[in-house]
Ligand binder design. Structure first.
Ligand SMILES: Cc1ncc(COP(=O)(O)O)c(C=O)c1O
Length: 375
């Protein structure tokens, strides 16, 4: 139950044992074309897709180094670790990050973002962390951000690393110019791949103004795909096989069903945890359906709590990090999560609380069971 890497179905793991192939062969071209077509369905986009052999950070970095030049003004809502990192990255490549901050656990107000557009002329891009994994918050105004960016002739970039595949993100409808995610979270594939979509306008800009980097130079990826359906550098072929299988599983389930499953599991988890006497870290209107961050009660030591959960109940949860270290634990409600995982997690948390002598209060399991049973 980690917020990544998440459980990987056997079909996906088994796909990795396919024989190695030449990445300059028709076998590879067929595989890559298939992945790109399926990724477009999952992203709900007609935009170009690039599949990088990197973790999510590689794709986030690619979205910055290919778009942001010296002194470019870039608006970044910041309400957690990943927003902080992204704004710092923009500054580090010579851009000028305009941080729109909110206390952790809350979302910056849309008004403050609109104001930033009024105060600052010629904003090059807005970078939004759709789901702030460190605090369990989700920006619920992404489609408005898309419209604002369009009106201001600004590129709209979404870091959807910890959410795509688990909640709504229709890239074209929401006018997202660059959307970045990673294989190991809600897409339920092994870590190591990072798909990203790039709009026509962003592609044109990147092609005319390529960065001084080699591996993350997206112009090369466009060229190799257009000319030969290949990648410019050796891809992680075994992971490509796994990723295709993961996308196939998503296609079989259907994105709508998948998102509904995530929502239902999150609803049951929030309700069950509340009944046990535990409160989410995030404010209600900002709460994520894919990463659930919960405040520790007095007497719940982070290390002991997660150690018992892991060794006695074989349930893995994540701790907090940065400012939230020791203050919260985080449940990944993503990828292959089902009612079974929800019930088993709640049961393990309740028993662990008992063992730590911080007894759980109400009937968390029956409340969750009831919600899950509504489907
Ligand atoms: C929102 C967000 N952005 C970026 C990253 C970085 O991804 P990775 O660890 O795959 O490099 C993460 C990882 O958890 C994330 O949650």
């Amino acid at each position: 139950m980690l917020p990544g890497p998440t459980n990987v179905p056997n079909r996906v793991t088994n796909a990795m044992s396919s024989p190695m192939i030449n990445h300059r062969s028709d076998d590879f071209r067929t595989l890559y074309k298939d992945i790109i077509a399926k990724t477009k369905v999952v992203f709900e986009t007609e935009n170009d897709i690039v599949l990088l052999t990197t973790s999510g950070t590689g794709a986030v970095e690619a979205s910055v180094v290919n778009l942001i030049k010296k002194d470019d003004a870039v608006i970044v809502p910041v309400n957690g670790e990943f927003g902080t990192r992204l704004a710092d990255l923009v500054d580090n490549v010579g851009g000028r990050a305009i941080r729109i901050t909110a206390p952790f656990g809350e979302n910056p107000s849309l008004e403050k973002i609109k104001e930033a557009f009024e105060i600052n002329r010629n904003v090059k891009a807005l970078y939004a962390i759709y789901n702030e994994t460190s605090t369990g918050t989700t920006l619920r105004y992404m489609s408005e951000l898309g419209k604002i960016c369009e009106d201001n002739d600004t590129f709209f970039v979404a870091d959807a690393v910890s959410i795509l595949g688990g909640d709504d993100l229709p890239v074209d409808k929401w006018k997202v110019d660059i959307c970045v995610t990673a294989s190991q979270k809600a897409l339920a594939a092994p870590p190591g791949l990072a798909p990203m979509s790039i709009s026509k306008e962003a592609k044109k800009y990147m092609t005319e103004n390529p960065p001084a980097t080699q591996y993350l130079n997206l112009k090369r990826y466009f060229k190799y795909f257009e000319e030969n359906f290949e990648t410019p550098f050796t891809p992680a072929i075994s992971l490509f096989y796994a990723f295709r299988e993961a996308l196939e599983i998503i296609t079989e389930e259907g994105m709508r069903n998948r998102i509904e499953r995530h929502r239902l599991c999150a609803k049951a988890l929030y309700a069950g945890l509340k009944e046990l006497g535990l409160a989410p870290f995030a404010q209600e209107d900002a709460r994520s359906n894919v990463v659930i961050a919960i405040n520790y009660l007095q007497g719940m030591d982070d290390k002991k709590f997660r150690q018992i959960l892991s060794s006695q109940f074989r349930v893995l949860l994540a701790g907090g990090f940065g400012e939230l270290k020791g203050k919260v634990f985080r449940i990944g409600c993503m990828g292959e999560v089902t009612g079974y995982h929800v019930m088993r997690t709640l049961s393990a948390i309740s028993s662990t609380m008992e063992m730590l002598k911080v007894p759980a209060q109400g009937e968390g399991l029956s409340v969750a069971h009831e919600i899950l049973g509504t489907k």
